[in-house]
Ligand binder design. Structure first.
Ligand code: S3P
Length: 169
């Protein structure tokens, strides 16, 4: 089984979908932000504040090299900027969870933990800037993706099934 690498903008549901995939398959799930937080023993927000974004992006590159060499049979949810690592395509099948900016905001805001979800994401602090970032990134996401899944108004369970069907033919 090739790894499945879930990419897409902050708040699109990558972690949630990864957890649904492992319920109905033999894959295990890991998350690049979780790996970084555990390796640094620091929350992403703190890493951005204390070490800066550049340092965080270097950590993502290190994680990417490790994933390529050491991880198999796994669905990997990634931070929204992880797709920029050089070896992305060597890690597994790249699956984009695609959605409009307004839908993403709606999804985050309607979550029971909405406040926490917004607070832990430094790049969502300024919504105007976040929208600009979304518009810059979307074409880049589409360019690297092997599979594009429109997640608008879809339950995570349904998205998980759709991904498995597309990945395994
Ligand atoms: C980022 C997305 C975040 C996290 C960091 C930077 C980005 O992950 O990696 O705050 O550059 O889009 P999520 O996509 O899980 O929010």
């Amino acid at each position: 089984m090739d790894n499945i690498v879930l990419i897409g903008f902050m708040g699109v549901g990558k972690g949630t979908v990864a957890r649904e995939i492992i319920k109905i398959s033999d894959y295990m799930a890991i998350d690049t932000d979780d790996i970084i937080e555990s390796a640094e023993n620091k929350k992403i927000k703190k890493i951005f504040e204390e070490n800066g974004e550049k340092y965080f992006r270097e950590l993502e590159k290190k994680v990417a090299l490790w994933l390529e060499k050491s991880v198999k049979n796994t669905v990997i949810s990634t931070g929204g900027g992880f797709f920029m690592v050089d070896n992305l395509k060597k890690i597994g099948k790249i699956v984009l969870l695609d959605s409009g900016f307004e839908d993403i905001l709606h999804r985050i805001k309607s979550h029971p933990n909405a406040k926490k979800k917004l607070k832990k994401r430094p790049l969502l602090k300024d919504l105007k800037k976040a929208k600009k970032l979304f518009e810059e990134r979307r074409p880049a996401y589409l360019k690297v993706a092997d599979i594009v899944i429109d997640v608008t108004n879809k339950e995570p369970k349904k998205i998980a099934k759709e991904i498995l069907k597309k990945v395994n033919g």
